[in-house]
Design a binder for this molecule. Structure first.
Ligand code: PEP
Ligand code: MN
Length: 337
């Protein structure tokens, strides 16, 4: 960090800051200008902290220069992380598509959608068995029964399964059935849950919090990585803004930014980002163009009858068309689909 002293800071105050830095484990580098003195603190900010410097007399401003996350940072690991599940790679050359209904509703529903997804070449199926609904009166998901149906779908169609965990108490169960454990936007800062999934040997899909900054999102990933689980996939799914036309504001700029700051793979969920099916396909294409390692799409055979998020769900036919167009964009940016 860099410490800027007040223009009238005394020698004693400057010395006091230097002493404080050194006792916290930093080396201090003094630069006395005509107007003011600047002190460079040399050391690992992430572990040494700010040493309370801002509170010392004579200090005007403290500017951190290190990112607060370490394990998620590209500075620590230059090579992009590839999460490998069987022969499916997330973060490699192929842009992976995760598709399926918002919620698992029945075996017939899952099998019908899975067949259509499989036809398009997508490898991963999504579907919630535990649903984080705004209203306690809305459909909450089929819970363990839903997980069993997802497992049957995997068996029959050979698709990988991504499904959400909301509560550490059901984590062992979800982890038993899922290939990828999803942490939803509402739980991005449930640090207890993050630590728990960090102790599992299963890839984790970490959705960006409703109002989370990129830094907060990466710090949430840091919690999982810090417990020893290296397989974290980030998912941009829109953030809250003043715009009310769309469900959220899909922040596609986060894709190249996160790829710059972090080695972790990043995927985009335009379905929750926009909330209206009509606008989902163009943003799916834009996500691939922006460099996303994958796209998550809600697909339902009969969106009118869907128990959850029908308005943002693509029919299998629309999904198939979107896949063809995404493949063309992927090729244009040097990737495959
Ligand atoms: C979901 O993907 O099922 C979901 C609930 O999404 P989000 O957490 O992004 O709202
Ligand atoms: Mn949904």
């Amino acid at each position: 960090m860099v410490i800027v002293m007040n223009h009238n800071a005394t020698d004693e105050q400057i010395e006091n800051v230097v002493n404080r830095l050194e006792s916290a484990g930093y080396r201090a580098h003094l630069s006395r200008g005509i107007e003011r003195t600047i002190i460079g603190a040399i050391g690992d900010e992430t572990s040494l902290g700010d040493a309370g410097i801002e509170l010392l007399p004579g200090v005007e401003n403290v500017i951190p220069i290190m990112q607060p996350y370490k394990l998620a940072s590209r500075v620590m690991k230059e090579q992009g992380t590839i999460v490998t599940i069987g022969d499916v790679e997330i973060g490699g050359e192929t842009v992976q598509v995760m598709a399926g209904p918002c919620a698992v509703e029945s075996k017939e529903q899952l099998f019908e959608i899975a067949g259509r997804i499989k036809e398009t070449g997508a490898r991963i199926m999504r579907g919630g068995a535990y649903k984080p609904r705004t209203s306690p009166y809305a459909f909450q998901g089929l819970a363990e029964k839903g997980l069993q149906l997802l497992a049957e779908t995997r068996e029959k169609f050979g698709l990988l399964i991504v499904t959400e965990v909301m509560d550490p108490r059901t984590l062992p169960l979800v982890a038993e059935y899922a290939d990828i454990i999803q942490i939803g936007t509402r739980n991005m800062q449930n640090f207890y849950l993050l630590r728990e999934v960090g102790r599992y040997n299963k890839p984790v899909l970490l959705k960006r919090g409703l109002s989370a900054t990129i830094e907060e999102w990466l710090m949430a990933a840091e919690y999982i990585l810090n417990e020893g689980n290296p397989d974290v996939i980030l998912c941009e799914r829109g953030i809250r803004s003043f715009e009310t036309f769309t469900r959220n504001t899909l922040d596609l700029s986060s894709v190249p930014i996160v790829k710059h700051l972090s080695h972790l793979p990043v995927i985009v969920d335009p379905s929750h980002g926009i909330g209206k099916f009509r606008f989902v396909p163009p943003m799916a294409l834009a996500a691939v163009a922006a460099g996303a390692d994958g796209v998550m799409l809600e697909v339902h055979s009969n969106p009118l009858e869907a128990l959850c998020d029908g308005a943002q769900s693509l029919t299998p036919k629309k999904f198939g068309k979107t896949m063809v167009r995404m493949a063309a964009v992927a090729q244009a940016v040097g990737r495959k689909l």
